[in-house]
Design a binder for this molecule. Structure first.
Ligand code: CP
Length: 304
């Protein structure tokens, strides 16, 4: 399969078959993550918003494959702070590298960049819209823990309005006959456009404000942080930030195969004692990001 020079801005940019191909490549990179296949290749990481996992796992992925990194983790150290536009920044940087990985606070910024850039753009998160590489590592984690992607029951908890990871995960998993349970405060419910998408596919989804309502039915519990940075009203954030806290005692009647995922960072929504529970998978999930991002980089650069 040839994915060379393709942008990865939305999870929908890759077909189901292409996504499964990336997951199969990730399995190979997990077996052998150190390979010298990016010699003389340069990857730019442009992060206009903070990140730990996404930026560092991309940079680690490139380093393990023998490539070089340029870029910034804080746009205030770039000429954006002097008033340079995103358009000019992308035009310039795309002449210095073979691939751009970009996180931006504006929805649609990655798509806009892909229309300007002469090299492929990988979206590392654009506002509350999408985080497609996170979704690929979430799918990889689901496959590894469940042995399949088909016919699963996924409980999404927390900030379903602003959480970009749940938006792209819903789009991806809707290809595999998933049943969705949405648990959120009323202010942070899953946006209508995503529910309409499920309705069009005749997929079942259920909404509730009580976390205990569906917890024992789920194969995957996908916890999310309330996205403080997206709130215009700090009081709204204060009202919703600690509504759901997953604790060990809540897991006693959950399915044996159930695993807890979280894109991280966590604030309060998973009690730290859950970290030792056999069903906690979120730290392994973050590690999976390395292999999945190696698979994406190698595919887009055509070095597979
Ligand atoms: N999951 C995720 O995107 O984490 P970072 O914000 O640390 O990159």
């Amino acid at each position: 399969m040839n994915l060379k020079n393709r942008n990865f801005v939305s999870i929908n940019d890759f077909t189901r078959e292409e996504q499964l191909y990336i997951l199969s490549l990730a399995q190979e990179f997990e077996k052998q993550p150190v390979r010298n296949i990016l010699e003389s290749r340069v990857v730019a990481t442009l992060f206009f918003e903070p990140s730990t996992r996404t930026r560092l796992s991309f940079e680690s992925a490139v380093s393990h494959l023998g490539g070089k990194i340029i870029g910034f983790s804080d746009a205030s150290s770039s000429s954006i702070s002097k008033g340079e536009t995103l358009k000019d920044t992308i035009k310039i940087v795309s002449n210095y590298c073979d691939l751009i990985v970009m996180r931006h606070y504006l929805e649609g910024a990655a798509r806009y960049a892909s229309e300007i850039s002469v090299v492929p753009i990988i979206n590392a998160g654009d506002g509350a819209n999408q985080h497609p590489t996170q979704t690929m590592l979430d799918m990889y984690s689901i496959y590894k823990t469940q042995g399949t992607l088909e016919n699963l029951k996924i409980l999404m908890v927390g900030d379903l309005k602003y959480g970009r990871t749940v938006h792209s995960l819903l789009m991806a998993m809707s290809q595999f006959k998933t049943t969705f349970f949405f648990v959120s405060p009323r202010e942070l419910m899953m946006p209508e456009e995503y529910k309409l998408h499920l309705q069009k596919l005749n997929l079942s989804y259920y909404e509730h404000t009580d976390l205990n309502e569906f917890i024992n039915e789920a194969d995957i519990i996908y916890m999310t942080r309330v996205q403080k940075e997206r709130f215009s009203d700090p009081l709204e954030y204060e009202k919703t930030k600690n509504v759901y806290i997953l604790r060990s005692e809540m897991l006693k009647n959950t399915k044996p195969n159930m695993r807890i995922l979280h894109p991280l960072p966590r604030v309060n929504e998973i009690d730290v004692e859950v970290d030792e529970h056999e069903k906690a998978y979120y730290f392994a999930q973050a590690q999976n990001g390395l292999y999945v991002r190696q698979a994406i980089i190698a595919s887009v650069l055509g070095v597979i």
